[in-house]
Design a binder for this molecule. Structure first.
Ligand code: NAG
Length: 522
């Protein structure tokens, strides 16, 4: 009996060991929200028993023995997040809309990442092996090189709802007649001009890639990745062979808010996976404030990159004054000291956001509309007021407004009055809160939780060595074949040739007739 038990124990251990894989997780962007998404992936992989190596600019506290972090915090040097203060953006001293600049920056960031000492050592050590690479896709395909170095499957993780630029890596670009670009503020159904605009946008970026950015990426790939693979004694793949080779595309979104479009089989929604199953409790002090808020709580946070303390002075003052006139309790995530606070306003230099959002007294969340914040508001069923500042925040807020659980207020020096109106509207009109609850229900009504879904597909890709059966047949069919342009060309040629032939025949017949009748006349 005892031996039987030992036997089963051994079998279980073997199975457990067999299931543990070595996974490289690549999230080098020096931005807290992207760091949170990377941390979420790592958390689930570790819980599933995998051995994780994590390239991240954020040091990990209390790393378990199965986690090794490779610090790329030097990336902060080339991506000075402090230029992105609310004031500089308001005074528009920097343009964040320039797609070309953004894509270029991202390639530079990847170059910097690969050249960082720890990463360089990892890549150049022939003893290092991985079963899988999971990399965040952030406007550059260069991270595909990690999987090529270790000759293993690649999974892209999209920090935002998937869009045409990333889908073309595993399937094909979406149709701009009914899907919009990640930076677009339109929501389908599109009118004539919007449709034309979306098409123009795709054409423009494709053109930019063709004449400039693909070259920049390819040079970086050849220069950084090729020598490493050669050193490992293999023939380096071309950049295209590497970047169009992903097994899976995970997207940090869910159809509660994402567009319900046809997607390839190797795309999986895992939106919400970064949110802890059990919300960490807030401090007793904060809990007391929220518990005692008779008229509800307004929670105001501009996220982790944008700091409220960097707002222009006059804006800070007018907001504070306006908050003082509200009957609700206001929690403002503000990273500095503030004098003369009205009695209903409380400043938090760090906010336990998920705990606040899950509190029943929360009436509205005033946010910059970052994807994590909007995802969390849907997760907890809280209506929002969005003040978008840059990048996908406009789209997130527009979508939330169209979904019916949000109001939008534009960032400006004089926005306090508008914000007050919006707060009154959202807290007094029940429809916003009801809609948020309804979307929350959709968001949670899935067969399994997003973290479980992610681990399942990660394991599936490892078990099936890259899940080739999930790949879209559209990926390697060129545009002209999809559009049957070759067939059209053949038909046109046949038609033209036919016409020429007919003319010739006709001419021959006619001239015979003519000459025949001429003969008769003679
Ligand atoms: C392509 O993916 C497969 C697994 O799906 C992997 O074994 C191979 O090394 C990859 N090739 C390149 C060039 O990345």
């Amino acid at each position: 009996m005892e031996r039987m038990k030992m036997y089963w124990l051994a079998v279980c251990l073997m199975l457990a060991c067999a299931e543990a894989s070595k996974i490289l997780v690549v999230f080098p962007l020096p931005s807290r929200s992207h760091g949170n998404l990377g941390d979420g992936v790592v958390k689930h992989l570790l819980n599933a028993g995998h051995e994780v190596t994590y390239i991240s600019p954020f040091p990990y506290k209390n790393a378990p023995p199965t986690l090794r972090t490779i610090d790329v915090s030097k990336n902060f040097d080339i991506m000075p997040m402090d230029i992105m203060s609310i004031k500089t953006i308001m005074d528009s001293r920097i343009s964040l809309d320039s797609m070309g600049f953004m894509l270029y920056m991202m390639v530079e960031m990847m170059r910097h990442t690969i050249q960082t000492e720890g990463v360089n050592k990892l890549l150049n050590d022939p003893k290092e092996e991985f079963d899988l690479v999971i990399a965040e896709w952030m406007f550059t395909d260069v991270p595909a090189g990690f999987a090529s170095v270790f000759d293993c499957p690649l999974i892209w993780l999209s920090s935002v709802e998937v869009h045409w630029m990333i889908l073309q890596l595993v399937d094909q670009p979406t149709n701009p007649a009914y899907t919009v670009d990640i930076m677009s503020a339109y929501t389908p159904p599109l009118n004539f001009w919007q449709r034309a605009n979306e098409l123009w946008n795709q054409v423009k970026i494709k053109f930019l890639n063709f004449v400039w950015l693909d070259g920049v990426q390819e040079r970086a790939f050849n220069e950084l990745i090729h020598p490493i693979i050669l050193k490992r004694g293999r023939k380096p793949p071309t950049f295209d062979e590497s970047r169009y080779n992903a097994s899976l595309l995970l997207s940090n979104a869910y159809i509660s808010t994402a567009a319900s479009i046809a997607l390839p089989q190797n795309h999986k929604f895992i939106g919400g996976y970064h949110i802890d199953e059990e919300v960490k409790p807030m401090s007793a002090e904060l809990k007391k404030i929220m518990d005692n808020a008779k008229h509800g709580v307004v929670y105001f946070s501009m996220g982790s990159n944008l700091k409220s303390k960097d707002m222009p002075e006059e804006l800070k003052k007018s907001l504070l004054q306006m908050f003082g006139t509200l009957k609700q309790t206001v929690l403002w995530k503000f990273e500095d000291k503030m004098e003369n606070l009205p009695s209903n306003v409380h400043i938090l230099d760090w906010a336990p956001q998920q705990a606040i959002l899950s509190h029943p007294n929360l009436a509205v969340f005033v946010t910059h509309g970052g994807l994590l914040s909007t995802t969390e508001s849907v997760h907890f069923g809280v209506p929002i007021i969005g003040i978008p500042v840059f990048a996908d925040q406009f789209l997130n807020v527009v979508k939330a407004v169209n979904k019916g659980f949000a109001q939008r207020v534009d960032l400006s020096y004089s926005m306090a009055d508008k914000l007050k109106e919006a707060i009154i509207e959202v807290t007094s009109n029940k429809r916003y809160a009801e809609k948020a609850k309804e979307l929350s229900l959709i968001h949670h009504d899935r067969p399994v939780k997003p973290g479980v879904e992610m681990v399942h597909w990660v394991n599936h890709v490892i078990k099936t060595r890259g899940a080739p059966h999930l790949r879209s047949p559209a990926l390697h069919v060129p545009f002209y074949q999809k559009m049957y342009l070759d067939l059209a060309a053949v038909l046109v040629i046949l038609f033209l040739a036919g016409r020429v032939l007919l003319r010739k025949i006709c001419a021959a017949v006619c001239s015979k007739k003519k000459s025949g009748s001429q003969k008769k006349n003679n």
